[in-house]
Write a protein of this length. Structure first.
Length: 159
């Protein structure tokens, strides 16, 4: 049911006027800005197409079977499509958080960046996230490996 809305959103995104930033930092409305961003970045376009194919394959898989296999296609596809939308709105001289009241107050990658120290700290934190996720997965599997018995379900001790 959500696939037509996703396709509608993407068609609207690539056909609408975008918030472009020129070399002087002036923000203006540019027709077809997001489509030109996609065409200027082939990797992002490939990510979008791969994400759409995975979402469509997940929807078809979910419609054909009652299993859980569809999430393994639709999940990464959704992530790829979401990243593509963020990348399209953030790269290639585009205001990623536009202001409709005052275009010059829009946030771009140039005026929203933090200090070198803050970016370094955020990089280290971002590099630690996979280890945290791996730990959560390991503990989850360890806790889920042995099922509780009926005897363990009796609460003799109340805390």
């Amino acid at each position: 049911m959500s696939l037509p809305f996703l396709l509608y959103f993407l068609v609207r995104l690539v056909t609408m006027k975008g918030f472009g930033v020129d070399a002087a930092g002036v923000v203006s409305m540019v027709p077809g800005k997001y489509l030109s961003n996609l065409l200027a970045s082939p990797l992002i376009l490939i990510m979008l197409l791969a994400g759409l194919l995975l979402v469509i394959a997940g929807v078809i898989s979910a419609a054909r079977s009652k299993g859980r296999a569809a999430i393994w296609m639709a999940g990464p596809g959704t992530i790829l499509v979401g990243l593509t939308v963020f990348f399209t709105a953030g790269y290639n001289n585009t205001a990623f958080y536009p202001s409709k009241v005052d275009l010059q107050s829009s946030l771009t990658i140039y005026n929203a960046s933090s200090s070198h120290y803050t970016l370094t700290v955020m990089t280290y934190v971002a590099l630690l996230i996979p280890f945290v996720l791996a730990y959560i997965g390991h503990v989850w599997n360890a806790m889920d490996s042995r099922k509780l018995s009926a005897d363990e379900m009796v609460y003799d001790d109340l805390y």
